[in-house]
Design a protein around this ligand. Structure first.
Ligand SMILES: Nc1ncnc2c1ncn2[C@@H]1O[C@H](COP(=O)(O)OP(=O)(O)O)[C@@H](O)[C@H]1O
Ligand SMILES: [Mg+2]
Length: 302
């Protein structure tokens, strides 16, 4: 599929993949595609950042290549590595056969056959369906040296392998970076990108997301679940529930044949929504009932 021609088209195409996209997000996605700029998405965990990249790749019919970041991630895991065990076997085999033409062997050992391509290199390879979507996920988990390295890779979309030469992307990949903001990502990298803060959805949008992701949930239960989670997010919690938790919780309640929330049901299933014991402890006793009453009150007018 071709790139969308308008913000409306972005929203509509992502919507067709089950992703509920508001106008502000639709705008930055449209601009990132039109201008060929990387898109930097920041927000709390579980608000749908990773999912945007998946939905975008699916809607454009492009390959999704994911680089999951973690502490200590280095260029060899992100770009390429030589297949050392295979090289060793090739050397032994050549030795045993007595065909020790050193120059030929050396050339063979450092050829494409022994190269392990990691996501960044993979994303620079030509693709008949068009450039892939490169998702650099949870960038805040890496360290600054890797960030600096990325900055360079993103600026010219080429990788130099000393033994093979420089590989350049014929068409730059569509790059999406995400951060859960456990630390600030460096300015230089941000400046290269379009930036968007992905917030928790409001009630109506979360209802839309829930009906896209858990269509089997009855309307009444969905409304209670969303209202309760929205209420929960106003509390002082260590980790507020994301959209993922709302969906999980609704699915748990459906599996238990629950038709309406009660303080008892909430107490029994809270592990689907809150993942820290301190937060769960805060909802003991009358707290769950108080929040449920508030949630129901917020539903009343309609
Ligand atoms: N706007 C949305 N439309 C559809 N589903 C969403 C949306 N936002 C979040 N989700 C759901 O929430 C889940 C978690 O989202 P994810 O992208 O993994 O969060 P993040 O990467 O921000 O931590 C996704 O699997 C998806 O089902
Ligand atoms: Mg994510």
């Amino acid at each position: 599929m071709t790139k969308p021609i308008s913000i409306d088209a972005v929203q509509q195409q992502l919507g067709a993949e089950g992703y509920v996209c508001d106008r502000a997000l639709g705008t930055v996605v449209f601009l990132a595609l039109s201008l060929g700029r990387p898109l930097f998405l920041e927000g709390e965990a579980g608000v749908g950042k990773t999912e945007i990249a998946k939905a975008l790749a699916a809607s454009l019919g492009r390959r999704l290549i994911r680089l999951q970041c973690y502490e200590g991630l280095d260029a060899s895991s992100a770009v390429y590595e030589w297949n050392f065990p295979a090289q060793m076997i090739a050397i032994r085999t050549a030795e045993a056969a007595g065909t020790a033409d050193r120059a030929a062997l050396q050339a063979e050992l450092f050829s494409k056959d022994f190269l392990i391509e990691r996501p960044l290199l993979d994303a620079m390879r030509p693709d008949e369906n068009g450039a892939p979507v490169l998702l650099i996920d949870e960038l805040d988990r890496t360290d600054e040296p890797f960030e600096a390295y990325l900055l360079e890779a993103l600026s010219d979309f080429q990788v130099t392998i000393p033994e093979l030469g420089t590989i350049k992307a014929p068409e730059p990949p569509i790059v999406i970076l995400t951060s859960n903001r456990t630390r600030e990502v460096h300015d230089a990298l941000k400046r290269r990108c379009l930036y968007h803060w992905v917030d928790y959805p409001d009630f109506d949008r979360e209802m839309e997301i829930l009906s896209a992701r858990a269509p089997e949930a009855a309307k009444n239960l969905s409304r209670e679940v969303v209202a309760f989670v929205q209420q929960l997010r106003t509390e002082d919690l260590f980790k507020k529930p994301g959209v993922a938790e709302t969906i999980d919780w609704a699915k748990c309640l459906i599996a238990l044949d629950v038709l309406t929330l009660s303080p008892e049901v909430i107490a029994d299933t809270l592990g689907a929504v809150l993942k820290y014991q301190d937060d769960i402890a805060k909802l003991q006793g009358s707290e769950a009932k108080r929040l449920l009453d508030q949630a129901r009150a917020s539903l009343e007018p309609s």
